[in-house]
Design a protein around this ligand. Structure first.
Ligand code: TRP
Ligand code: SF4
Length: 405
């Protein structure tokens, strides 16, 4: 039960938007599926976050969560290796959110770019609420409560991980202090033993003097791997690496998702709010119909007009779904006007149809047996609560919130 970052732990969440589309898959899910075999992963459905903008009618939540979970599972998230759960089933997130709210300056929240952007974009909703302002702080609690090393997110979420780091730093600064910390830390370094002490000192110097992030990670791993030292000393050693106090809530790092551009049917980014999506489990006949009607380079009016793939969203799909030979064929054919757009689309249609067909097949057992999904979520929440509990014990201890016990 160390308070250091769990060096191989990853945490991420998704708002429950219901059945997912190709954009969601390539933007996040595909990445999660890969990460689950490399890290200890916690992935959750952020149902409380959905409330920050959609608090008026919450009746759709259960089905949205259920449909999204089926997509996660059918796409390949494996509950045998990753912990899958729903945020509201781990109420410790709310407790940490409350405690963090005490030390979070209002200005930090007001300055998060998504705050004003979203208020402006969702004009029809009253977002002058306490909950909406706290969106990034709730996200910070989601993250910090698992002490992950990495948070895989897209570009749009970087600011939220950044504020999470600032809040962790502030928390550690306020509550990570103890009298004569330095002396205790020095003693703990000696306690590592000859070679390791020297290594620790060297890595710490590299990080503190040159900002060498790799050295920091190595030093953390060195401390984490050592099981001869006490829990308290381990926290001191981790804190001593970065500053002058105990690290209760380690700062996580962004793991930026490399996502291809996924255009919607109208050429804009694929997004539920634009109504231009292809669902992961959509009916193949419907998928075919939609793709046949998909926007192409507007300059190609006649079959023989040369086109420019760079101006065509179908080309972006080729880049995702087609092999090199097919891409070359489409590119040249478009440029020279020797293939028609429907012809060009066919290999993409075949691939997407194959994908949704596989999804539908794998989803079937969950659709037929909703209890299967429920069981996965119950077990996931249990595992998540265990991890969250460890952190909250520490947090309550350093904040003197053990109710006189
Ligand atoms: N805000 C994220 C989004 O809209 C969802 C989210 C909530 C999240 N809590 C999180 C993502 C914690 C990563 C970590 O996509
Ligand atoms: Fe787009 Fe292909 Fe038509 Fe060119 S030929 S405009 S790449 S669909």
């Amino acid at each position: 039960m160390s308070a250091g970052p769990q060096a191989r732990r990853v945490l991420s969440g998704m708002r429950p938007t219901g059945a997912l589309h190709l954009g969601n898959f390539h933007g996040a899910l595909a990445n999660w599926i890969e990460l689950q075999y490399q890290y200890e992963c916690f992935f959750f459905v952020a149902d409380w976050h959905a409330l920050t903008t959609d608090y008026e009618d919450t009746s759709g939540l259960p089905s949205h969560i259920h449909e999204m979970l089926i997509d996660w599972l059918a796409a390949g998230l494996n509950p045998g290796v990753a912990t899958l759960f729903v945020q509201s089933q781990v109420p410790e997130h709310a407790e940490l959110h409350l405690l963090l709210s005490m030390i979070t300056p209002l200005g930090w929240l007001e300055r998060v770019p998504t705050f004003k952007d979203q208020q402006a974009q969702l004009k029809e909703k009253d977002l002058a609420t306490y909950g909406f302002l706290g969106y990034p702080l709730l996200q910070s609690a989601d993250i910090l409560i698992y002490r992950p090393a990495f948070v895989p997110v897209g570009e749009d979420q970087i600011a939220h991980v950044e504020i999470t780091r600032e809040i962790a730093r502030r928390f550690n600064h306020i509550y990570g202090r103890e009298p004569d910390f330095e002396a205790k830390a020095e003693k703990a370094v000696k306690g590592l033993g000859g070679k390791l002490s020297a290594q620790y000192r060297q890595l710490r110097k590299l990080y503190q003097q040159a900002g060498d992030g790799a050295a920091l990670e190595k030093a953390r791993a060195l401390v984490q791997a050592n099981n001869r030292i006490t829990v308290a000393d381990r926290e001191r050693l981790l804190g001593w690496l970065e500053g002058s106090g105990v690290t209760v809530l380690p700062e996580p790092q962004v793991l930026l998702t490399k996502a291809p551009k996924v255009p919607g049917l109208d050429g804009r980014k694929m997004s539920k709010s634009y109504g231009n999506t292809i669902g992961l489990r959509e009916d193949p006949a419907e998928v075919t119909k939609k793709l046949r009607r998909m926007q192409t380079d507007p300059a190609r009016v006649h079959r023989n007009d040369p086109g420019d793939p760079e101006k065509c969203p179908v080309w972006d799909l080729h880049k995702i779904y087609s092999d090199q030979a097919t891409q070359d064929w489409a590119y040249k054919g478009c440029r020279s006007g020797s293939i028609g757009c429907l012809e060009c689309k066919q290999p993409v249609i075949d691939k997407v149809v194959e994908f949704v067909t596989g999804m539908r097949k794998r989803a079937q057992e969950y659709e037929d047996n909703p209890d299967l999904v429920r069981t996965i979520l119950v077990e996931g929440a249990e595992k998540a609560r265990e991890a969250a509990h460890d952190t909250m014990d520490e947090v309550r201890r350093v904040m003197h919130l053990r109710g006189g016990l």
